[in-house]
Design a protein around this ligand. Structure first.
Ligand SMILES: Nc1ncnc2c1ncn2[C@@H]1O[C@H](COP(=O)(O)OP(=O)(O)OP(=O)(O)O)[C@@H](O)[C@H]1O
Ligand SMILES: [Mg+2]
Length: 426
């Protein structure tokens, strides 16, 4: 279904804020033409503080980093913003808080052409069902994942087709109200209005997958600092999400513990000498490990690189074994496709592609943002896949935002619309 919403006006600005366990990043874009093309005019990113595996543990700390990051991006975009502060922002939904359900909806079309209104009506009904089932949740995405008319499946664009009854499987993603409230508080204290949330791994997929991968079935694995999240795409739709509360930071703390060094030295050792797979030469290559509390360089330990790799490898294997179990339990089977795209900052460790390929038994490639023009070089790496995907989501998929659906649906009574509005705006 195409967006019923008009593109944002040429010259208007939109922003994305990616609140991660390792970094918080902000992108400001201006709509540069009547087709809704976005041009990046401001960027900011900063190490995060007060977030653990996607959950806020210190509101004040997160708020400070957001303010600093947004301020940096606003300064860079000063010429475009012409003194006006940034307002509208799309932010990531940390996967730990996401819940997915498939709602089945049947609509009678009595021999007429399916209209855009029919589709919105069906989606709004799915949202209503989901709200009734989980009254404590906030709606995040409503995606028409598959569609059939009079029992004929595989229909990609039902609008304009004729039939008696329309059946939709709607992928509804919701999140616990309290988690959303905490994130909103941090963002709104920086005087920003959240226009939408977007699941982190969904955004990562939107920015890294090529069209054929989205169409034929692919699994994106976003390996962040505190979380590894999964998004499966097929028929260009998001059909499955899940996550594991383990990421690159866990690898770093394993190294710190195993080699009795500080977290910052462990992070440095990981990025400089780390690998997901042992090689023949690792026993001969010696590395220098500063010990906790020992400033004197003569007290550094010299260890073979194989010791470091021996700490990293089991943790990464554990992550991929958990991903494999999640995918097996999902029941998606061949729908999930043969292709895996690894992205996120923690995907940069050498050898990761090989071990993931062995464990998951699929073709694996490394993914970085490919769908956003004018990104500065510092933000072209896999750690910014989610950040850039948030803008792609706004540009291409705003018809999946629940409030847009309820506003566009003529089927719900004013009272029902009010209930949906309340759910979305807590
Ligand atoms: N060159 C590298 N090699 C290995 N790991 C790296 C490298 N560069 C960054 N990382 C790891 O990437 C992780 C951060 O990734 P990313 O920026 O995607 O996380 P995040 O989005 O902030 O976290 P999350 O999505 O879990 O909330 C850190 O654990 C960091 O150690
Ligand atoms: Mg992330």
């Amino acid at each position: 279904m195409k967006s019923k919403l008009k593109h944002r006006a040429k010259g208007s600005t939109v922003a994305a804020l990616d609140i991660g366990s390792s970094k918080i990043a902000c992108l400001i874009a201006i709509i540069s033409d009547d087709q809704g093309t976005m041009e990046i005019v401001g960027v900011g990113h900063h190490a995060s503080s007060g977030i653990k595996s996607g959950t806020i543990t210190d509101l004040k700390a997160v708020e400070n980093v957001i303010r600093h990051t947004v301020h940096t991006a606003e300064n860079m975009a000063a010429k475009t913003l012409k003194g006006y502060p940034l307002r509208d922002v799309v932010i990531n939904l940390p996967p730990a808080h996401a819940k997915q359900q498939i709602e089945q909806i049947d609509i009678n079309i009595s021999g007429h052409e399916v209209t855009e209104t029919d589709m919105y009506r069906a989606l709004a009904r799915a949202q209503q069902k989901a709200i009734n089932k989980y009254p404590g949740d906030v709606l995040i995405h409503s995606i028409a994942a598959s569609c059939n008319i009079d029992g004929h499946g595989g229909i990609q664009e039902p609008i304009g087709m004729v039939g008696e009854s329309l059946h939709l499987d709607v992928n509804i993603i919701t999140a616990a109200q309290n988690a959303i409230k905490n994130m909103s508080t941090c963002v709104e204290r920086s005087h920003l209005d959240i226009i939408s949330f977007c699941h982190s791994a969904y955004a990562a997929g939107l920015s890294t997958l090529v069209e054929d991968e989205m169409e034929l079935g692919s699994t994106v694995i976003d390996m962040g600092g505190g979380t590894t999240s999964i998004a499966v795409f097929a028929g260009k739709k998001l059909i499955y999400i899940d996550s594991i509360p383990i990421g690159g930071k866990h690898v770093t703390s394993d190294i710190a513990r195993g080699l009795t060094t500080s977290l910052s030295h462990a992070e440095r050792l990981k990025t400089l000498y780390g690998s997901a797979m042992a090689t023949m030469s690792d026993d001969n290559e010696m590395i220098d490990v500063p010990q906790i509390g020992e400033d004197n360089i003569t007290n550094h330990r010299h260890i073979p690189r194989s010791l470091l790799v021996g700490i990293i490898q089991p943790r990464l294997e554990e992550i991929f074994e958990m991903v494999r179990a999640k995918l097996n339990d999902s029941g998606l089977g061949p729908l999930a496709g043969r292709r895996i795209v690894l992205t996120g900052g923690a995907s940069q460790i050498p050898g990761l592609r090989d071990i993931s390929q062995n464990i998951l038994d699929k073709q694996v490639r490394l993914g970085r943002p490919i769908r956003t023009n004018s990104l500065p070089e510092t933000m072209q790496g896999p750690d910014f896949a989610t950040t850039t995907g948030l803008l792609t989501y706004l540009a291409e998929r705003s018809h999946e935002i629940p409030s847009n659906i309820s506003n566009s649906s003529e089927d719900l009574s004013i009272m029902e619309k009010f209930k949906v509005w309340l759910k979305e705006n807590w």
